[in-house]
Design a protein around this ligand. Structure first.
Ligand code: FES
Ligand SMILES: [Fe+2]
Length: 380
């Protein structure tokens, strides 16, 4: 049975019975998990600096010689694809006296000359040129390349470990979830637009990505009308999660037996959540919303790098209008609805109203996310 068929079958059963996938019990999360800065720093270190995190899509650097830069949690990154097609990630900081080496956001070049004193590095990070070397004095070039970070890609997603010298095995980290990601064929989409959103604290923000319970109340004018509220089909692979929700038309499937369904994917929407910071929401009809969520300096803020993908580059006004409409709708749903509401949560964490949050049985993915943080931190 295909994944879409299985998910549509499970979603239809919930629809007919008025049920949803449930966690075994409710969960209490002490508010300190959201507010304690010491705990925040320890968790941010273990989860975001010592474990692999998703930072980009392979389609952002598709060809050898392509590069992309961004700053992730105050670390300037230079992501390249070398002549062998291997994706690499460096700290975008010169080894001479620390200037930002590559100032461009993206492009195609295999050499990067530091704007300060013109030391030059190639896209494998090697120091290949020193201006005025005869006056500078000897430099051990082999040890003065750009600082490289462990980096790998799977299923069109680029993962990095932000701690120099720390490595990871991506196939172990993703396990069988890699197959589910591969089915999304993310390397094959067109990047329509990219934008940054600032948001509330890490956990309050992520919680909002991990339940459908709020869709009818928060998204009544955007994504809500297309989906069935409070109906979630939930699966986990290690810390990673998949959430399927039912589209409003799912009842039509009652008119035939699953063996005859030709397009079960037309009745559901599926979100893949790659722990700890990537949400992939591919919509039928060739539109995809990607969110990379990064915790801020303190527990009170996040930065989201949001990408809008279309199946193909729009070639007509009609196609351009379609993807632009989707882009605007998701911006409204995420920034003006989700993030605006979560800001009220963040602002009132110290109000004294709650000592803990109660997470429902119908919010299993929120529960699983918090359990996964504890597992990675060794506190679970
Ligand atoms: S800081 Fe880059 S060459 Fe001096
Ligand atoms: Fe939402």
């Amino acid at each position: 049975m295909s994944d879409a068929l299985e998910l549509a079958t499970r979603a239809l059963k919930h629809f007919n019975e008025g049920t949803t996938d449930l966690a075994p019990s409710q969960m209490r999360i002490p508010l300190s998990a959201y507010t304690d800065e010491q705990q925040y720093r320890a968790e941010r270190q273990a989860v975001f600096f010592e474990s692999p995190i998703a930072v980009a899509l392979s389609l952002e650097v598709p060809e050898p010689g392509d590069f992309q830069t961004q700053t992730v949690m105050d670390i300037p990154l230079l992501i390249t694809r070398d002549r062998d097609g291997r994706v690499r990630c460096f700290i975008n900081v010169c080894r001479h006296r620390g200037a930002k080496v590559c100032q461009a956001e993206k492009g195609h070049q295999s050499r990067f000359s530091c704007p300060y004193h013109a030391w030059t590095y190639n896209n494998r990070g090697e120091l290949v040129g020193i201006y005025g070397e005869e006056t500078f004095g000897d430099v051990d070039r082999a040890s003065m390349g750009l600082t490289e970070l462990a980096c790998d890609e799977s299923a069109g997603v680029i993962f990095v470990c932000l701690t120099p010298g720390k490595t990871f095995e991506l196939s172990e980290w993703l396990g069988e979830f890699a197959d589910k990601l591969a089915d999304q064929a993310l390397y094959d989409w067109h990047l329509y637009t990219e934008r940054y959103l600032s948001g509330a604290g890490w956990k309050a923000t992520l919680d909002g990505y991990l339940e459908i319970y709020h869709h009818d109340s928060v998204h009544g004018k955007t994504v809500g009308p297309h989906t069935v509220g409070n109906l979630l089909v939930h699966d986990t692979w290690g810390p990673h999660q998949r959430m399927a929700i039912a589209r409003k038309n799912i009842g039509e499937l009652n008119e035939s037996t699953p063996e005859t369904w030709t397009t079960p994917e037309a009745y559901i929407r599926v979100v893949h959540s790659v722990f700890p910071n990537l949400s992939i929401s591919a919509i039928l009809g060739g539109q995809c919303l990607i969110g990379f969520i990064f915790p801020g300096e303190t527990s009170t803020t996040t930065v989201t790098r949001q990408l809008i993908l279309s199946a193909k580059a729009p070639v007509s006004d009609k196609e351009a209008e379609k993807i632009e409409t989707f882009s605007q709708m998701t911006l409204q749903a995420v920034r003006d609805e989700d993030y605006a509401l979560v800001a009220t949560v963040q602002n009132a964490l110290h109000s004294g109203a709650n000592e803990s949050f109660l997470i429902g049985r119908n919010e299993p993915a929120v529960q699983h996310y918090h359990q996964s943080i504890a597992a990675v931190c060794g506190t679970g």
